[in-house]
Design a binder for this molecule. Structure first.
Ligand code: AMP
Ligand code: GLY
Length: 403
């Protein structure tokens, strides 16, 4: 099978790493990819957002499958265009990707499908949460405990120019549950936890994600399967009824409240850096499953998952979540790999032969082990072998995980 992978982050490097182990893989291509992915396949200088360019590339490569990493091209309809010319795609059409692209659409689908979520409020009064409606790269959600925070939030949300959603403020642990979907069926991946804040102790600004780990204590296969039945499958059914069948990863961000799991958000794709902790745990044939989902038939497919734990630590540039800190040489990746870690590239670039930083999240370092504590110790030991100017990472990823 010839596969074209769209995207350039740590998530896509982890996908490339897993797909390159598949017995059925003939050629791996990426658009645009990154220096880490280039070691596993052929990178083409086509941006993930360039729908026209992707269409031309997929056709000229005669790709048997296109796997789309990031949300923006999906919300823009890249999967529609590829399917329209007969290219199989793992990733939802724009109509289905609206589950991530529009918070009001997601709320409407959840209401119709009877999915437990935070209650929508008609009046903004603290405590509450204000959300900008459209894609905001994780920066459009404002938690308001008091009137001052609410005033700031309303002003900040208005800057996004979209309508807003007001909802009740929920308390609890957060967990993410991904399912591979073929339009009607959902196959679960293990629960995973992400660390969104930039600094230790969940302080500092929100980011794309500073680390992740799996499994999550108290949220094993039985709990995940219950979420499939109460969240993922009803949403698939509702979307299909609306003529927007969902093919790809349906990612539910859940809050585990005293009254049970509540959906905070949906994403229409693999999470980053959750994927880096999930794929090393998947022993089964991921490529086969993605191809079957793209073909609309996951019947009988099972993905074997190992009992091992995985922990991922994001190594970010000094100024992250800003992205201007670029061009610093990176050292120590081979040492970390020799120590047994997986090092996935995100914001890296080549300056001649020299690997340098390219802003934002630079690398993710993933280790596995018999439990989260062992995996965590290995991941942090590997991080200490890597260096670049301004390198920052959180020290408390998975520190409170009792698995
Ligand atoms: P979202 O993009 O909707 O997942 O929101 C980003 C983050 O905001 C989530 O991971 C939660 O930490 C927080 N959040 C979103 N909605 C709520 C809510 N209703 N109550 C409490 N926290 C929330
Ligand atoms: N790590 C959160 C996300 O991928 O949306």
């Amino acid at each position: 099978m010839k596969v074209l992978l769209v995207g350039s982050g740590g998530r896509e490097h982890a996908l490339a790493w897993k797909l390159s182990q598949a017995p059925d893989l003939a050629e791996l291509h990426a658009a645009p990819g990154n220096p880490g992915i280039a070691a596993l396949g052929h990178c083409h200088p086509v941006r993930a957002q360039d729908g026209e360019g992707l269409l031309t590339l997929a056709r000229s490569l005669e790709a048997d499958l296109v796997v789309v990493g990031p949300e923006a091209p999906l919300v823009d309809g890249v999967a529609n265009e590829l399917r329209h010319v007969g290219v199989p795609v793992f990733g939802p059409s724009s109509g289905a990707a609206a589950i991530e692209g529009s918070k009001t659409f997601a709320k409407d689908v959840m209401r119709a499908a009877g999915v437990p979520t935070a209650e929508s409020l008609s009046i903004a009064r603290p405590p509450c949460v204000i959300k900008a409606d459209g894609l905001a790269a994780g920066k459009g959600v404002f938690i308001c405990h008091d009137q001052a925070e609410l005033d700031d939030a309303l002003q900040a949300a208005a800057a996004f120019g979209d309508s807003i959603v007001i909802e009740e403020l929920l308390e609890g642990e957060e967990v993410s549950v991904f399912a591979l979907c073929d339009g009607t069926r959902a196959i679960a991946l293990p629960a995973v936890q992400d660390f969104k804040r930039a600094e230790d102790g969940d302080t500092g600004p929100n980011t794309g994600g500073m680390g992740s780990y799996s499994p999550v204590a108290g949220f094993g296969p039985a709990e995940v399967e219950e979420v499939m039945d109460t969240v993922h499958r009803p949403v698939l059914e509702e979307l299909a009824e609306r003529g927007a069948s969902f093919v790809g990863v349906l990612f539910a961000g859940l809050m585990l409240t005293d009254d049970g799991p509540r959906v905070l958000e949906f994403n229409c794709r693999f999470g980053d850096p959750e994927t880096q902790s999930l794929l090393p745990r998947v022993n089964g044939d991921l490529l086969g499953a993605l191809a079957r989902a793209a073909a609309g038939d996951l019947s009988g497919v099972e993905l074997e998952v190992s009992d091992d734990a995985a922990v991922t630590v994001t190594l970010a540039a000094g100024d992250y979540p800003a992205g201007n800190d670029v061009g610093s040489p990176i050292d120590g990746i081979e040492d970390a790999e020799q120590a047994g870690a997986l090092v996935f590239h995100a914001g890296t670039a080549l300056n001649g032969d020299r690997l340098v930083t390219n802003g934002g999240r630079i690398l993710s370092v993933t280790s596995t082990g018999v439990n989260v504590a062992v995996a965590r110790e290995r991941a942090y030991a590997a991080c200490e072998l890597i260096s670049f100017a301004g390198m920052r990472y959180r020290n408390d990823i998975a520190a409170m995980a009792h698995v």
